[in-house]
Ligand binder design. Structure first.
Ligand SMILES: *Cc1c(COP(=O)(O)O)cnc(C)c1O
Length: 414
């Protein structure tokens, strides 16, 4: 919905590209799970800038780190050694399958790095004909020219010229189509362990095991897009660590800097072998300031006790949402997801639900399949979980049809 400028006001947003459908609301400051709007209202933030501010706003340790490193050194370029980068790469490798890391600034860029790494691996292995990447319908991998081709969504491709070649988009969960598409030109399979944008759709551990198995059989690599699922969001440092099936390459971004732009592409030693000097680069990627902040974020979130607590608290939210869905079946039909990556499928248009939630002081995100995405900070307290549920209950109550007898169905028109 387009928000018209308030009457009599000069709409200063006229100078921005009109790409975003923005709510007519801005924020002045944030603390923990709360954002204060310029309307003076305190909002409970179950959006977290789309799964970004996992530690909440103004986290004291992250703020200290920003000030500490910010007073020392921000940027030098990858023409020099960057000890902060080496330290974060070491930490990420200690905690994951990976042996090598390349740092970027955004999710789409980290996916591009992942795709380039997979194709280069095949190239230096003497199989340059293997360049095709298999992806799943409903996927979201970013908005660059290559990542919109990887996602395959017509809406995002239209009008931007010929799609970047080399991507095969397979119907979600269709293994016959998947096996048929895997061939001697397949470099890698790229997938989100849980699809975020398309409505919190999860591939089962068995599905992922089958995909891993097929990749191994045909010599293709497996890439996990954990841009949204990673950095503690599902109650594990990375979602794959729950299933125990590791990828060859993994992209992380959203939660990594708690709002400071930073992303990473992780790879095994063997897989990264093609990324030799001069093959890839980034001006800002891996700068000391981003590295120092992301290092603190990972230190806090990779702690097993912290993750255990995320799983415990998020189970409380999940159970509360299931109760809501049972009580307000006219509005909410199904609870999906894991950890604090949750979806509430709606029986009424999700746009109505997100607006009603905002009117009740709760921020959330729209996803596909008419799903309301709930992405609270990982530090959400039990009291804040209950507060969020109370606000959603008000939404359920306000949107429940009280006019059953006079509804369209009641009049027999449908
Ligand atoms: C957000 C997202 C991206 C793109 O990240 P940007 O930082 O916006 O480029 C890629 N993949 C997934 C799964 C995402 O959720």
């Amino acid at each position: 919905m387009t928000v018209p400028a308030p009457a009599g006001d000069i709409d200063s947003s006229d100078h921005l590209f009109a790409c975003f459908r923005r709510a007519d609301l801005a924020f002045t400051h944030g603390e923990g799970a709360w954002l204060t709007g310029n309307d003076g209202v305190r909002y409970l933030d179950f959006a977290t800038g789309i799964a970004v501010t996992g530690l909440g706003h103004s986290h004291p340790i992250i703020l200290d780190e920003l000030n500490r490193q910010g007073g020392k050194l921000w940027h030098v370029s990858n023409a020099f050694r960057i000890p902060e980068q080496e330290a974060l790469a070491r930490l990420l490798c200690q905690r994951t399958f990976a042996d090598r890391v390349f740092f970027n600034n955004s999710g789409a860029e980290a996916i591009e790095t992942a795709i380039k790494t997979a194709r280069r691996y095949q190239f230096v292995s003497g199989q340059p004909e293997r360049y095709r990447i298999l992806t799943f319908e409903g996927a979201f991998h970013g908005r660059t020219l290559a990542t919109i081709a990887a996602g395959g969504r017509e809406k995002y491709l239209e009008g931007f010229g010929p799609p970047s070649p080399g991507f095969d988009v397979i119907p979600f969960g269709d293994f016959d189509a998947f096996e048929a598409a895997c061939g001697h030109e397949t470099a890698a399979v790229l997938l989100e362990p849980i699809q975020g944008e398309s409505g919190i759709r999860k591939l089962s551990a068995q599905d992922i095991a089958r995909i891993r198995d097929l990749c191994d059989r045909i010599g293709a690599l497996l890439i996990f897009d954990e841009v949204q699922t990673g950095v503690g969001r599902t109650g594990h440092l990375f979602a794959y660590q729950d299933s125990g099936i590791a990828p060859d390459i993994l992209a992380a971004a959203k939660g990594l800097g708690n709002g400071f732009p930073v992303a990473a592409c992780l790879a095994s030693e063997k897989t990264a072998a093609g990324m030799t000097p001069g093959t890839h680069g980034s001006t800002f990627g891996g700068n000391p300031l981003a590295m120092a902040i992301a290092h603190k974020v990972i230190e806090i979130i990779a702690d097993e006790a912290f993750l255990e607590d995320v799983r415990r608290r998020s189970a409380r939210l999940f159970a509360g949402l299931e109760k809501l869905a049972a009580a307000y079946g006219d509005v909410f039909t199904e609870v999906r997801g894991e950890g604090f990556l949750l979806g509430l499928r709606c029986a009424v248009p999700v746009e109505l639900v997100v607006t009603a939630a905002r009117a009740n002081g709760l921020l959330s995100v729209i996803a596909g399949d008419n799903v309301l995405r709930l992405l609270p900070p990982l530090v959400l307290s039990e009291a804040e979980i209950d507060e969020g549920l109370a606000r959603l209950q008000k939404v359920g109550r306000s949107l429940t049809r009280t006019d059953r007898n006079t509804s369209v169905e009641g009049n027999g028109h449908v």
